[in-house]
Design a protein. Sequence first.
Length: 173
Amino acid sequence: MLRISQLRARNISEMICNVSTQRTIAPLDATSKAIIEQLQRDGRRSYAEIGKAVGLSEAAVRQRVQKLTDAGVMQIVAVTDPMRLGFSRQAMIGVRVSGDTRVVADRLSEMPEVTYVVLSAGSFDILAEIVCEDDDALIELLNQKIRQVDGVAATETFVYLQLNKQKYDWGTR
């Protein structure tokens, strides 16, 4: 559910900081995968409806969903439209780092305007998505917060003009 161009609730930003970086895949049985796929299609679907679709009781679905969220396999969140909430400026910021990229990524993750942080290979060491009220707020964020972080060597800002595609229903493997 972590993807570009949608504002997540502030507590979601905190959860992003705790997203597992392990490359191991948690063993999921077919029923857990089916539950996840049901929630990817409609995160507000009742446990009773999901239970009918996957062949479990409402209580069993509730327990499985709790285990999946506790294990960090999934999150159930409200995805909002930043423009309708008064956040008219969205951008991806490419960050070049001198030093430990993980330390800089942790510092960026603490900023409430930053909604998405990934370590990357290529021209930038880190990509950080931001959501701000306006261009003045973006300038303030860049100059007074991001560029002040120890280890930030350079930044390049890519302002979003239009969102053409965003989806969260990629299924399970």
